[in-house]
Write a protein that binds this ligand. Structure first.
Ligand code: DP6
Length: 355
């Protein structure tokens, strides 16, 4: 058990009969990817992500005193009751009960809403679990825990991680690092930490993220199955080492504003993630023909124009286009003219990093 996150509340302090709290959490996009985990949601390598601005989850958590000694949760997603969402939250509650002692004392009603369409393939587990964790820490404070702002965010990130690994990086704005290593001070496997703004060149704070929705709908590999593919994977150990090497290489790049080196590194990370899946047993190819076609177009455009347009991928077919604000005007004309055609129903989402 992690002593530092055990609540200082005693059961007699659950004096509030009922109440309601709210939280909003952004989605995040990893530059160095988390892919592979050990017991208790401990990552096998360090990762770093940008939190986004327009893609977020908003959650209201209502709580009401009850007598029974079990978990009671009712979930409403976009205004509609979703019984299918409750087991995931109960599993989350089971994992965090040692740190959140009031979970059985109240009946909870969750009202949650995403700013992005459910069908978009943007993972809502990161922003969703982060928002829920922030709500729980607020309740803990209302019941008298009195955590400072910094302690509250750290605890929310710790709890969010137990819901979904990448969710621990959605608790803060900016660039967030997760995973213990010997080159980032304060780095931890237990929670995300904000990468210092002073160590980031201004150009990286202006980045746009336009998400090409190549294939809307469910991802074809769930994160649980996906991370498991790294157990007994012949290249896993090398990959875990390389991810940490890549993060270490990123540090001077972030500081000196070398957009080209940044772009090369994040594209390599994205393609490595997909390559690992192609070499897994069973194997997965998550790119669609239009993913490949759009990437080829992007590379062709970059060679011809020298514009600073780069990409990263999640565990799915959609493409995140990353580019600095200084090139946005021209690049967005190119997206509209050339890349939109590869998107299902011509759909893409315009987002920005959140600083
Ligand atoms: C490819 O955080 O969704 O997006 O811990 O099982 O919930 P669980 O996995 P999840 O995995 C995200 C993987 C990724 C890379 C990343 O965000 O770093």
């Amino acid at each position: 058990m992690e002593q530092q996150f055990i609540s200082n509340l005693s059961t007699t302090s659950f004096s509030i009969e009922e109440g309601s709290v709210n939280a909003k959490s952004p989605s995040n996009i990893a530059l160095v990817k988390y892919w592979g985990k050990k017991k208790n949601q401990i990552p096998t390598n360090s990762s770093i992500s940008y939190t986004l601005t327009n893609s977020y989850t908003e959650t209201e958590l209502k709580f009401k005193k009850k007598q029974s000694d079990n978990f009671e949760v009712e979930v409403y997603f976009e205004g509609e009751k979703k019984d299918s969402f409750s087991p995931k939250i109960i599993t989350f509650f089971e994992r965090i009960i040692d740190y959140v002692p009031f979970l059985k004392a109240y009946k909870f009603t969750v009202h949650t809403h995403n700013s992005f369409p459910h069908s978009s393939g943007i993972a809502s587990s990161a922003s969703g679990m982060s928002a829920l964790a922030l709500c729980l820490v607020q309740i803990e404070n209302n019941l008298g825990a009195n955590l400072s702002e910094e302690e509250s965010l750290k605890k929310a990130s710790f709890l969010a991680r137990l819901g979904s690994g990448s969710a621990c990086r959605s608790v803060f704005k900016g660039l967030i690092e997760w995973g213990e290593n010997n080159f980032i001070k304060g780095s931890s496997d237990l929670y995300g930490t904000k990468y210092p703004d002073t160590e980031i060149h201004e150009v990286f704070k202006t980045f746009h993220d336009t998400i090409l929705l190549i294939h809307e709908g469910q991802k074809s590999v769930s994160s649980t199955v996906g991370h498991n593919l790294m157990n007994n994977h012949p290249y896993a150990e090398r990959r875990f080492v390389e991810a940490n090497e890549n993060l270490e290489k990123l540090i001077p790049i972030l500081k000196n504003g070398d957009v080209k080196a940044f772009g090369e590194l994040i594209e390599h990370e994205a393609l490595t993630l997909h390559a690992m899946m192609m070499m897994s047993n069973p194997a997965f190819i998550l790119m669609k023909p239009n993913t490949v076609a759009a990437l080829e177009k992007l590379w062709e455009y970059r060679n011809e124009t020298d514009r600073q347009l780069y990409f990263t991928l999640d565990a799915g077919a959609n493409i995140h286009l990353l580019y600095p604000a200084s090139d946005a005007l021209e690049i967005e004309i190119f997206i509209e003219k050339e890349l939109k055609a590869f998107c299902q129903n011509g759909n893409y989402i315009k987002d920005k990093v959140n600083f």
